[in-house]
Structure formats: structure tokens, C-alpha cells
Design a protein around this ligand. Sequence first.
Ligand SMILES: Cc1cc2nc3c(=O)[nH]c(=O)nc-3n(C[C@H](O)[C@H](O)[C@H](O)COP(=O)(O)OP(=O)(O)OC[C@H]3O[C@@H](n4cnc5c(N)ncnc54)[C@H](O)[C@@H]3O)c2cc1C
Length: 234
Amino acid sequence: MGRKVTLVCGKVLGPSLHARVRRPVARRLAKLGVTFLEGPGTKVAEVTRDGVRLDDGRELPSAVTIWTAGFRIPDLAARSGLRTNAEGRLVIDTTLTSVDDERIIAAGDAGVMPDHPFRLSCQAATQLGPAAAATILRRIAGKKASPVRMFFAGQCLSLGRKGGVTQFSYPNDKVNALSISGRTGAGVKEIACVFTLNKLVSGARKASSRGSHGDSTDRVVTPQPEHPTTPSNT
Ligand SMILES: Cc1cc2nc3c(=O)[nH]c(=O)nc-3n(C[C@H](O)[C@H](O)[C@H](O)COP(=O)(O)OP(=O)(O)OC[C@H]3O[C@@H](n4cnc5c(N)ncnc54)[C@H](O)[C@@H]3O)c2cc1C
């Protein structure tokens, strides 16, 4: 909107994206008039009242600084005395159970399976929640909990209302070189947002219906998306 915008990346622009998919993102940002700084020396060392200082000593004047340096885990697990990783995520096995105490289950951002460290994302969290419930229900029924099965379709980014990029991935969340950009990419992000919202609403409705309580202890909820070909959001 006519303002000068600089995006400071620290390392690379869009570190979770495939190298080829960063190109349409960079093009779109350039078209929107966003200057981005990436590579060595672009880590923020200090945010001051009037700007930002980079670790190579550069000072960037700034009227408004928006700090978007990623997500953090609350310190509950780290303070519990149970094993956590460097980010403070509870170390769990493939049934989402703490490796130190089988009474403790973690879903979403809070837990990490060391061999499958899923990204902090709602795409993972919406699958891990039902899987945690399945583990608990099977234990209550005196059955062995099953390993979680995850499915990832990709990541999508809005870059303004009229542009976006959808990055496809393999089911294990490893990104590939396939992407959709432009208006279609933005459309896919919109679909992903609506899909996620609908999924939350339908999940809440199912949980409160009588039918889901009856034989639920006999059912394994396998965390598969309803529409595997629709990329969820990032
Ligand atoms: C700005 C932003 C944008 C994002 N955009 C995307 C996106 O586009 N796509 C995507 O996939 N992901 C996105 N994420 C990440 C996504 O929101 C999280 O990965 C997801 O919400 C994790 O779900 P969760 O249930 O594990 O944790 P959360 O949704 O964080 O829920 C944890 C809850 O626990 C509560 N809590 C914490 N400590 C305690 C305590 N001691 N006692 C009681 N309650 C406690 C918190 O208040 C919170 O309500 C975004 C995150 C942020 C912050």
C-alpha cells in the first residue's frame, strides 16, 4: 500500500520450502514491492525503538517492526521433569506416550517423536489430536495402543489476497519441487483455510454426538485427512 517493507529472513526466504518453490515466492514479494534480506549476516541481533540491527552490524531504520520469528512451546513439559527436546517438546513414542511415563500423552506442538519430528503446524496437530484420543481409548479398553499414522499434502502461503504459492510434499512432509503459484495458489490457500475450519467444526459436532461415545473404545482413529489430495495450510 505504498509503504516500504523489508523482510529480514535470518537464513533463507521460506526455509521450509523447496529451493525451486522459493523462486515464485521471491517473485511475488518483489512484485508487491517487498525487499527481502537473506543469507549470511541477516540474523537480527537487536530490535530497538527506531529499527533493527543485523548481526553483520547493518542498521535498518524502521517505523514499525513486526516480529515474526516463529512459534514457541510453553514451558510446561520442560518444567515437568519428563524428557523434552531442545525446544521443550515432550519426547514421545509413536503412540504419543511420554517415554518416561505411560500416563502422559502429548498431541500437537507439545510433543515430539525424535525419529519423526513433525513441524509445528495445525496440519500435524489436527491429526495428532484424534490419534491421542485413540491411544487413551484403547488403553481404557485394555488394548495395546497403535502407532500414529500421519499424512501431509503440502504447505500453502498467502502472498497478498491475489497471490499465493502451494508447495506440495510427500506424505511424510518432505517437500518436493511441485508447486502452484499465482491466483490459483492463493485459491488453494483459501480452500485450505475453509477446509481446516470445517474440519474443526465437524470434529466438535461428532465429539458431542451420542454415536461417537457408544463403541468408541473399540475403534482406532487413524489420523487420515478427509480429502488427501487437498493441501492443508502450512
Ligand atoms: C500467528 C500464527 C500463524 C500460524 N499459521 C499456521 C498456518 O498457516 N498453518 C499451520 O499449519 N500452522 C500455523 N500455525 C501453527 C499452528 O497454529 C500450531 O501448530 C497449532 O495451533 C498447534 O496446535 P496445538 O493444539 O498443539 O497447540 P495450540 O493451538 O497452541 O494450543 C495449546 C493450548 O494450550 C494452552 N496452554 C499452554 N500452556 C498451558 C498450561 N500450562 N495450562 C493450560 N493451558 C495451557 C494454550 O493457551 C493454548 O490454548 C500458526 C501459529 C501462529 C502463532
